[in-house]
Design a protein around this ligand. Structure first.
Ligand SMILES: *Cc1c(COP(=O)(O)O)cnc(C)c1O
Length: 361
């Protein structure tokens, strides 16, 4: 099989060694001569997987005492709802920073269930920047942010901590990509399928003593205390996504953890953004200071070369770089598992396009 350079936005690239180990476990897990898919989630072999996955999250992100790490179902989209039910007081309100499509879906759940304030929004410019310098009403139960805007290619660089206001973050598309200070947050949640594993599990990191204060009756499955009490085993957990996530975290740790990956991610992003800025045929869509290191969005400056470019990247073995319909153009998702070699292939293709039209670059 020839090499495919996978720039898919999600589900997205996983490390090759991780995929190999994951495929072996489907046939014969831990030399049990059983598949990981056909054993009890309460068996000692799977309990060890869950314990290891939780321990790796705590170690890699330096999670302080007092926080629980959960692997649940429902995707980040259920996280929008979990946020409201677990943190918005019965007659309270949630504050939201509106930075794109996922933020909008999150704030909709707050509107449905209670009161919601948008403290700042970048929808005036099709979400191509991160609003800064806003204030959060002191009566807000929390401020919700989306740290990386997968569709629009922006990323919050300075986390807007707000004194005593609880901070809740959807980190679906940049979790484990850079250093974070977990103690800044009341809760972090992230779907696995961008930077951690296959779709099917959602990571939650939540400060225990903040729960149970809303006065709401919370449905059992959406009450985070249910899952904390049972170590993510209240019901059958998504065993395989958790196992593959564990393998990814082992890979990350073995290579040097966050310090290592943050440096690599910066190098990768710089390489691609430098080409976008230098090449007269391309233009970035996000404000420079807010550019995402995970999802790089760009357009052609001359649509006449589109057919050529599309043919060239296809021939180079590049996959998954068509932009989201809300932005158009191209989106190169360059998550943790993407090797820098694949970015060189894309950059070289962009250079070849400029050469073909005799444009110096
Ligand atoms: C992909 C994505 C989601 C949606 O996640 P699901 O697991 O499909 O519900 C939410 N937020 C962000 C930032 C995403 O990138």
């Amino acid at each position: 099989m020839s090499k495919v350079h996978n720039f898919s936005a999600g589900p997205s690239i996983l490390n090759q060694e991780v995929l190999k180990k994951a495929s072996e476990a489907v046939v014969n897990f831990n030399n049990l001569n059983l598949s990981i898919l056909e054993i009890s989630h309460r068996s000692k072999d799977f309990v060890a997987v869950m314990d290891n996955a939780v321990a790796l999250v705590k170690e890699i992100l330096n999670v302080p005492e007092g926080y629980s790490v959960l692997f649940l179902q429902g995707g980040a989209s259920t996280g929008f709802l979990t946020t409201v039910l677990n943190f918005m007081k019965e007659n309270g309100n949630g504050a939201y920073l509106n930075t794109g499509a996922w933020s909008k879906k999150a704030l909709k759940e707050a509107e449905n269930l209670g009161k919601m304030n948008v403290v700042a929004s970048s929808d005036d410019k099709n979400f191509n920047y991160i609003p800064k310098g806003f204030t959060v009403p002191s009566d807000a139960d929390y401020l919700h942010i989306t740290t990386n805007n997968t569709i629009f290619g922006t990323q919050i660089k300075d986390i807007p901590t707000q004194g005593n206001t609880l901070l809740i973050a959807d980190m679906s598309s940049d979790i484990f990509s850079r250093k974070i200070n977990v103690s800044d947050y009341a809760m972090i949640y992230a779907g696995a399928q961008k930077n951690m594993g296959p779709a099917g599990t959602t990571l939650y990191i939540v400060k225990d003593d903040l729960l149970g204060q809303t006065g709401r009756n919370i449905p059992t499955m959406l009450d985070l205390r249910t899952h904390i009490a049972k170590g993510s085993m209240f019901n059958t957990p998504p065993v395989y996504p958790i196992y593959v996530s564990m393998l990814t975290l082992e890979w990350l740790k073995a290579n040097g953890g966050i310090e290592w990956i943050e440096k690599v991610n910066q190098e990768k992003a710089d390489l691609l953004y430098n080409e976008i800025d230098a090449n007269p045929l391309f233009e970035g869509t996000a404000a420079k200071e807010d550019r995402s290191n995970m999802n790089v969005t760009f357009v052609l400056t001359n649509e006449d070369v589109k057919n050529d470019f599309d043919r060239m990247w296809n021939e180079a073995g590049i996959s998954g770089i068509n932009g989201h319909r809300d932005v158009g153009g191209y989106r190169a998702s360059i998550y943790n598992a993407m090797p820098i070699e694949s970015i060189h292939v894309l950059v070289n293709t962009m250079k070849q396009l400029a050469n073909k039209y005799d444009l110096v670059n």
